[in-house]
Design a binder for this molecule. Structure first.
Ligand code: RB5
Length: 149
């Protein structure tokens, strides 16, 4: 499974831990490497674009609270980015929302919980059925927006 991953400076350690822990996953790391302050949109857009273009199946985006990364990733057409704080949210967002970007807040979620969230999100499938109608409605909202891709 090919997964795009990126963060800002607050998520560098958690990003490295995720890459090390899930060694069965082929991660495409969009950085950053160092902990100097950076602007999260620069990195999170790359994760979202890799998913949008189909270069990666899904993506993981990390910032301090997870909020800036969520806002950024969800600006990209076709991205369903989900900020998760526990395993239940991760499981449900895969089953019901076919989440294609997982968002984590490195300053608000401890490492153990974050790894559990990633595990649930990586290995839970989309249920389809009635949920597809709802996702189609989200796509139709996107399609009513003017311009941009
Ligand atoms: C960086 O200081 C912080 O603003 C960022 O990581 C994120 O929490 C934004 O939503």
């Amino acid at each position: 499974m090919k997964i795009a991953i990126g963060s800002d400076h607050t998520g560098v350690d958690l990003k490295a831990l995720i890459i090390k822990t899930f060694d069965d996953v082929d991660f495409m790391d969009f950085g950053p490497e160092a902990k100097e302050s950076v602007d999260y949109p620069d990195y999170i857009e790359k994760v979202a674009r890799a998913v949008q273009k189909g270069e990666c199946e899904r993506g993981i985006a990390i910032c301090g609270t997870g909020i800036g990364a969520s806002i950024t990733a969800n600006k990209v057409r076709g991205i369903r980015a989900s900020l998760c704080f526990n395993g239940f949210m991760a499981e449900m967002t895969r089953k019901h929302n076919d989440s294609n970007v997982l968002v984590l807040g490195a300053r608000v979620t401890g490492e153990e919980v974050a790894l559990y969230i990633v595990e649930k999100w990586l290995y839970t499938g989309y249920e389809g059925g009635r949920h597809q109608r709802r996702l189609d409605k989200i796509s139709s909202i996107e399609n009513r927006e003017i311009g941009g891709d």
